[in-house]
Design a protein around this ligand. Structure first.
Ligand code: MEV
Length: 436
């Protein structure tokens, strides 16, 4: 492959695949056959998926699982979960059942604010740009009326606009910081449209101002974009029960379990290496719901990890403590999620997932998602401090290894039985298959 290809996006899907085969693969037929075998036979379904992104050549399947028995604020839910990691859905199911009989999950959304920023350079005195801003603030806000009027009717819209002097960080650097409410939408498009219009109005108003000199009028807009950091879009989820109701456990008293659990949390609060893995386990649940409901899991991930670092040190998102002989386990995290817009209506499975959840509003979806995170975290810590994680993990992993090695259905049944009492590893499975 020597030359750059121009006009690739304009090629048909078949031609794109032909180009890929010619330039990147040795075996022609297998490649085409594989990609085509993942095309949807219903043309309208395939077209719908093709249009979500550019240069689509096939579909990439991820499993959609469900986790029933989630009691959340006294209502029962079955959660849709999209994940490739074996044992995530099983862990969710176990946690859901465990807490169902102990009062279930309690959740609360604390706030739902989103943020957008216009980053710009101004070389004059800060007092002058501040004065200009305050003099023109209502004109600026009015300039986006057409964009915000529908959102305003739903109680959303631009809630505040401030000017921030950031010249201590970068020479001449200022921000216009907008605070938004976006109702049931995640709001990225809405916020970005508002910001670009605000930036345009800002420039026009500055041009017409009679107190700024020509040098000061020469502001430079660097960029206008929402922030995915939403530390004021917070949800809390919690479970609790008397310590003596935590069991029974095979080799452990309930008090010992609670003590070990609290220490495990303390470790995740103080040690970054553990905190990252601890929070990754939480995100196993959160991303799975975000994917199933068509939410932007990259934005959620970026935000949650920044939040986990808000004290200046990366730490656990969850907390556990004992109060009046009650074991209390809770999580607090930012989740900017939407139940309208984006893929919600366009992707039939996303719409199905939302229906499974009884078409929640964005606050309810934040609550359900936080619960999925807390449930995963509980299941992980429970395994870690009792049997260890590998027992459960490897059971699921066994099925993947058996599939990889081409085991027959009969061999699979025998292997599952054999590895109930034996340690799973790739070589152990290979040996087992050779002798079976
Ligand atoms: C694996 O995907 C997640 C865990 O490592 C989380 C944890 O250690 O808490 C099991």
């Amino acid at each position: 492959m020597n030359n750059i290809i121009n006009g690739f996006s304009k090629l048909t899907k078949e031609k794109k695949i032909d180009w890929l085969i010619k330039n990147h693969f040795n075996s022609k037929n297998d490649v085409k056959k594989l990609l085509k075998s993942y095309w949807n036979s219903k043309k309208n379904v395939q077209k719908n998926h093709d249009e979500f992104a550019e240069n689509t050549i096939s579909n990439f399947y991820y499993p959609l699982g469900v986790a029933p028995n989630f009691l959340i604020n006294n209502k029962i839910f079955t959660l849709p979960m999209v994940t490739e990691e074996s044992s995530v859905v099983a862990a969710a199911c176990k946690s859901a059942k465990f807490w169902f009989s102990r009062g279930g999950f309690k959740t609360k959304v604390l706030n739902t604010e989103k943020v957008g920023q216009i980053h710009f350079l101004f070389s004059g005195k800060s007092t002058k740009i501040k004065k200009f801003f305050h003099k023109n603030k209502s004109k600026l806000v009015n300039s986006i009326y057409e964009l915000t009027k529908n959102m305003n009717k739903r109680g959303g819209g631009l809630k505040d606009l401030e000017i921030l002097n950031k010249t201590n960080l970068i020479k001449n650097y200022y921000q216009l910081k907008g605070t938004f409410e976006t109702d049931n939408a995640m709001g990225a498009n809405f916020i970005n449209s508002c910001l670009e219009k605000l930036a345009e109005s800002f420039k026009i108003l500055i041009k017409d101002d009679n107190e700024l000199d020509s040098n000061e009028k020469n502001i430079e807009i660097i960029m206008s974009i929402l922030s995915n950091y939403t530390p004021n879009c917070i949800v809390k989820a919690k479970v609790s029960c008397p310590i003596n109701k935590l069991g029974p456990f095979k080799n452990m008293k309930e008090e010992e379990f609670a003590k070990k659990f609290l220490i495990a949390i303390k470790i995740a609060k103080t040690d970054e290496y553990r905190a990252v893995t601890h929070n990754k386990g939480i995100m196993n649940g959160i991303d799975a719901i975000a994917m199933a409901t068509g939410n932007d899991f990259r934005a959620i991930e970026a935000c949650v990890h920044a939040y986990a670092c808000r004290s200046g040190k990366y730490s656990s998102l969850s907390n556990a403590f004992i109060k009046n002989k009650n074991f209390i386990f809770e999580i607090e995290l930012p989740l900017s999620m939407g139940t309208v817009g984006g893929l919600t209506k366009l992707h039939p499975i996303v719409n199905w997932s939302l229906e499974l959840l009884n078409f929640p509003d964005s606050k309810s979806l934040m609550e359900i998602t936080a619960v999925a995170g807390l449930a995963q975290n509980f299941a992980a810590i429970k395994s870690l401090i009792t049997s260890g994680i590998q027992k459960g993990h490897m059971k699921m992993h066994l099925l993947n290894i058996l599939k990889q090695k081409g085991a027959s259905e009969n061999q699979k049944i025998k292997a599952i039985n054999f590895f109930k009492k034996n340690i799973v590893s790739v070589s152990a499975v290979e040996d087992f298959l050779k002798n079976s």
